[in-house]
Design a protein around this ligand. Structure first.
Ligand code: NDP
Length: 329
């Protein structure tokens, strides 16, 4: 047996436990490309998966981890050859297929994106699904016609992974960014990423009127629930609200007034099954538009064995920015 180091999740009753073990790479699963992994990361969804939420990991044992970056070791698909640097985000990883918390992965070629030259595998995981989703949100704002001249953009869940990367991206593109956070003590960090104004998330998290004073031309929302409803209610005429998350809740307690009276667009953002063209565009724009020094300022690095603890903390809103996992530490 050829063995690699992997974090493997098992379920007993309702409890999921994960530990680092020696794993036979013959059991990595189906796929035409084998990748030697260098870095992974910890997203909110990884926290949910390791908490045992039934809808994510569909069978056990499972190597969790919805993201990975590394170098192709072997390929039966002409699209990739040994030595190619690649990144993978979501698809079936950590759901129906072993994921990124291991030293190797075997996946269908369609799940891989060639890593742009400008990014290292570590930077790719500092971005991860959270950052790639932030880029999908920015692309949707642009697609909806929101420019820096249209007005400010609200970013909710500002200290989180999606929020941190969204702030850095938007400010780099010339937008004025209003950051909503429950951690005002992190104001200096948020300003260093590019936020111009910080608001307390309590301003948005309680029930509000469906139409409120217009404040922003665009929104990147990773929080959902009343926060999203209030964000929509304060969006300017012809503005665009991108909804990608549910950190406060999955509900959307509002009404249609902002859509039919202010021509507001609500754009849903899904990163998991996004088509390859959308991923290629997002990764090429990330390579072009993201300030890598700002990205690094948002990063904490941990070894594989630390993943379960960080995954628990991210669900409690205690993780700032992005965590990268060194798979060979
Ligand atoms: P993080 O945990 O890194 O960030 C979430 C942030 O939301 C926290 O840092 C916190 O920011 C804020 N927050 C947490 N709890 C609450 C609450 N109860 N009420 C209001 N705000 C809260 O997660 P990610 O950035 O990785 O993901 C954010 C969300 O986006 C998650 O719901 C995730 O599932 C979703 N997501 C969806 C994707 C998609 O494809 N649609 C892809 C990626 C993520 P602060 O302390 O600044 O207030």
């Amino acid at each position: 047996m050829s063995s690699i180091k992997a974090l493997v999740a098992n379920k007993t009753g309702d409890t999921v436990q994960a530990q680092v073990v020696d794993f036979d790479e013959a059991n990595l699963g189906e796929g035409d490309v084998t990748v030697a992994l260098e870095w992974s990361t910890i997203n909110y969804k990884d926290g949910l998966a390791l908490s045992g939420l039934p809808r994510i990991i569909q069978s056990y044992p499972m190597i969790p981890g919805i993201d990975f970056a590394g170098v192709v070791e072997a390929s039966d698909n002409p699209a990739f050859k040994p030595g190619d640097r690649v990144v993978a985000n979501s698809w079936g990883l950590s759901q129906s297929h072993n994921g990124g918390y291991a030293q190797k992965a075997r996946v269908p070629a369609e799940w891989l994106v060639p890593l742009p030259e400008a990014l290292t595998t570590r930077q790719a995981m500092a971005i991860g699904t959270a950052g790639y989703t932030a880029m999908l949100c920015v692309l949707a704002l642009e697609h909806g016609g929101v420019t820096p001249d249209s007005g400010p953009v609200l970013v909710t869940g500002a200290n989180g992974g999606v929020g941190s990367v969204a702030i850095a991206l938007l400010s780099g593109l010339g937008y004025r960014v209003i950051a909503s956070t429950g951690r005002p003590q992190e104001a200096d960090y948020l300003k260093s990423l590019g936020a111009s104004e910080i608001i307390d998330r309590a301003e948005l998290s309680e029930p509000g009127k469906p139409l409120q004073t217009e404040q922003w031309a665009g929104v990147v929302d990773s929080v959902g629930s009343h926060t999203l409803a209030n964000a929509i209610a304060r969006t300017k005429y012809r503005g665009v609200v991108t909804a990608c998350g549910l950190a406060q809740g999955m509900d959307l307690p509002g009404n249609v007034a902002p859509f039919i009276m202010r021509n507001v667009t609500l754009a849903g953002i899904d990163s998991v099954n996004a088509p390859t063209e959308a991923r290629l565009e997002a990764w090429s724009r990330l390579a072009r538009d993201l300030d890598l020094a700002k990205l690094e300022s948002a990063v904490v690095e941990v070894p594989l064995a630390a993943v379960p603890d960080v995954a628990a903390s991210i669900l409690k809103g205690q993780v700032r920015g992005r965590t990268v996992v060194n798979l060979n530490a």
